[in-house]
Design a protein around this ligand. Structure first.
Ligand SMILES: [Zn+2]
Length: 488
């Protein structure tokens, strides 16, 4: 039984929801989780500190005491988030239903701007007392007059709703819904009243933070964990079975990578596989593209040499989110694919000196693609608030992004030191997942989390041919939400 370790939001590097993120231990020895994670982190900290002039406490906000241990830091993290853990796991709204009440509106029924609800347990937002804006409520009425039942689109704009909204009544119905009767409603030019009903689930969502989109917890992985956890899904299942699709999508959320196998030997296969997620993302390389070595290649990927860990297309403002690589041929010596969990590396950087982790988020790295009639250019920090990571050394634009004064020098030097650490946390053997793709294999991975690369291969005998395509971020998120909904 693997119990997840809960890390406070500030420490978790992959946050797609407002909920705390569960992080499973990064190796597979059967020992209590927090101790094991702590041991891994101790090793990491030792490694980080060996290369650094500074010794700093690990826990964020923890003052001085360079003797702070990883165990302490991790322990306090666990303590810190105990409350949220309960909220996250209990999904408590069944028992909360019907515990709220409409606070008496009194004489402001006609002129008031709000509706006030109280909650008996009194421990949540505003000590269990909610002041809801009438305009916001009226604007959000979901009845079939207000929202077209077919298109799901609103029949009026927020600006059509008057600022003064007298009500005739406001009550809790027997089944726990909130019912408001608006006097002289604007929808029929003020001639009739309009009744809005907000379901118990909606009312409860007013009191508690958004419950939707609580995705499966992110699992940071290293070589051992990914070897244990990696999933292979049969092509036929991926294409025809919605449960297999959901399993793959969930794996992308938790681990950022999985494989499909036994895909037909066809240049169309990667299109079919990608379409199960959603629309393909067409780029300057086309709808799909081929990774095979060729002379005077326009991209280092199209040579036979070693290709260091990187992400694709960071010279775009919105780089592709998912990447699929379908192996059509791989009979050369070498050419093993390499993957590493950059989210784990970013998380570990957060446990190190603040100067370094801050440099990774503050300094912008410039990327470009400027040839053959294209001129793409963008800059990204290695980490940002989105939980995504951006790392692609081969595509860096040189001689850019330096403030040419003493402060700029300092800033750049700190970033360079941080980048060296970060790269080590990606590239060390114990973190690398190496896999030689076989014809029929298709790897699907999160391009904004998992960095990928390739060992050199020998083109004198055999051939190597991968066919790839992308899905955009929003396409993946849509598929993930649909999967999440069908799980509920
Ligand atoms: Zn309505």
């Amino acid at each position: 039984m693997v119990r997840p370790v809960i890390l406070p939001r500030a420490l978790a590097s992959r946050v797609l929801t407002s909920a705390p993120v569960h992080v499973s231990r990064p190796a597979s020895v059967l020992v209590p989780t927090s101790r094991h994670l702590a041991a891994c982190l101790t090793a990491q900290r030792r490694h980080i500190n060996q290369h650094l002039p500074l010794r700093v406490p690990l826990a964020p906000n923890q003052e001085a005491s360079s003797s702070a241990t990883v165990e302490e830091a991790t322990g306090s993290a666990l303590q810190h988030d105990k409350g949220s853990e309960a909220t996250f796991e209990e999904h408590p709204y069944q028992k909360q239903l019907k515990q709220w009440e409409v606070k008496k509106e009194g004489p402001n029924k006609l002129t008031g701007k709000t509706i006030t609800l109280t909650h008996r347990d009194g421990i949540r937002i505003g000590r269990g007392r909610l002041v809801l804006d009438r305009h916001w409520l009226r604007d959000g009425c979901g009845c079939s007059s207000c929202v077209d039942p077919h298109s799901g689109q609103k029949n009026f704009g927020s600006t059509d709703v008057p600022l003064d909204l007298p009500i005739t009544s406001c009550r809790k119905t027997e089944d726990g819904a909130l019912e408001i009767v608006w006097q002289n409603d604007f929808l029929i030019r003020g001639r009739e009243s309009h009744t809005s009903t907000y379901s118990p689930e909606q009312v409860d969502s007013f009191f508690t933070p958004r419950k939707e989109a609580i995705f499966p917890p992110v699992v940071f992985w290293d070589k051992q964990t990914i070897k244990r956890d990696i999933t292979f899904i049969e092509y036929d299942d991926w294409m025809n079975n919605d449960e297999a699709l959901a399993a793959g999508v969930r794996k992308l959320q938790t681990h950022g990578i999985f494989f499909i196998r036994n895909a037909p030997h066809s240049e169309e296969s990667v299109i079919s596989m990608s379409s199960r997620i959603g629309n393909l993302k067409e780029t300057l390389y086309g709808r799909t593209w081929d990774v095979r070595s060729k002379p005077e290649a326009e991209n280092v990927a199209y040579t036979s040499s070693f290709l260091g860990l990187h992400q694709d297309m960071l010279y775009l403002k919105d780089p592709p989110r998912l990447q699929l690589l379908h192996c059509l041929e791989n009979s050369c010596d070498g050419g093993e694919s390499l993957f590493s969990d950059a989210s784990r590396a970013a998380f570990l950087m957060k446990l190190g000196p603040p100067e370094l982790r801050n440099a990774l988020s503050s300094h912008k790295v410039h990327y470009h693609y400027r040839k053959h009639g294209h001129f793409y250019e963008n800059n990204h920090s290695v980490v940002d608030g989105s939980g995504h990571v951006r790392w692609s050394p081969p595509f860096q634009a040189p001689l850019r992004g330096l403030r040419k004064n003493e402060e700029g020098l300092q800033e750049y030097r700190t970033w360079a030191a941080a980048a060296v650490q970060f790269q080590e946390l990606l590239e060390r053997e114990e973190y690398l997942f190496e896999y030689k793709m076989q014809p029929g294999d298709c790897v699907v991975f999160d391009n904004l989390r998992v960095v990928h690369g390739r060992r050199a291969f020998d083109t004198s005998a055999g051939s190597r041919w991968l066919k790839g395509t992308y899905n955009a971020h929003d396409v993946f998120m849509s598929r993930l939400r649909v999967t999440d909904e069908s799980d509920a």
